[in-house]
Design a protein around this ligand. Structure first.
Ligand code: FMN
Length: 199
């Protein structure tokens, strides 16, 4: 990428304003996968697209995602304490865009999206590379978000692997699954966390 960011001062290592706009621009250059987080309260499904998901610990099995104080999903997931993670494949892009749309009608928001139920009752999106069911073990306030940490209670995956949905620079992209290198980088050490490529 050679285009300078708006507001950049100087040359190729140009400094940007210390503000939310520059932060979003630069953090958005960190490519992520996309998950659909789901929960259920009083029989009503609540759903949100997220890319803040990460694995945390192998022993015990822990994952986290961050939820905005503005998200309607936040009170629902805090109330329920049980949630699901569907790791989106490329076919889930319209669903990811739908569950990221602010102000969409909440009732039956999942009705048109193919899904099944986990053992904990939450909806899991069919167009996924894998599914985790989780129980909240800690919630840490962090600025305008909460960090929700969950113990993994069930793991499932489809038989057939598909291409991952990637979010990068404000847009959805197709992961091709083609390796750049056949070594997996383990020479960097094996104590870098649960998502260090060794898990
Ligand atoms: C790719 C992508 C990733 C997102 N990741 C998060 C996230 O990790 N946490 C969050 O609170 N919102 C995230 N959002 C924004 C929410 O999906 C969006 O605000 C949604 O409308 C929230 O729905 P709700 O208000 O019904 O809960 C993301 C949006 C996109 C497009």
């Amino acid at each position: 990428m050679t285009d300078p960011l708006p507001g950049m001062v100087g040359g190729d290592h140009g400094e940007l304003p210390l503000d939310a706009g520059a932060f979003r621009q630069v953090v958005g250059r960190y490519a992520t996968g996309v998950v659909i987080v789901t929960t259920q309260v009083d029989g009503v499904d609540h759903v949100m697209t997220a890319n803040s998901f990460t694995s945390v610990s192998l022993d015990p099995l822990l994952v986290l995602f961050c939820v905005s104080h503005d998200a309607r999903f936040r009170p629902a997931v805090l109330a329920s304490g049980a949630w699901g993670i569907s790791i989106a494949d490329t076919q889930a892009q319209p669903a990811a865009a739908w569950f990221a749309r602010r102000g969409r009608p909440l009732p039956d928001q999942i009705a048109e999206v193919p899904h099944h139920r986990g053992a904990n009752g939450v909806a899991l999106i069919d167009q996924a590379l894998g599914w985790l069911e989780c129980r909240t073990v800690a919630v840490h306030p962090a600025g305008d978000h909460d960090i929700v940490i969950g113990a993994v209670t069930r793991i499932a995956a489809p038989r057939r692997t598909r291409d991952p949905l990637i979010y990068w620079a404000g847009g959805y992209h197709q992961g091709t699954g083609s390796l750049l290198d056949t070594s997996n980088g383990t020479s960097m050490g094996d104590d870098a966390g649960a998502n260090d490529g060794n898990a």
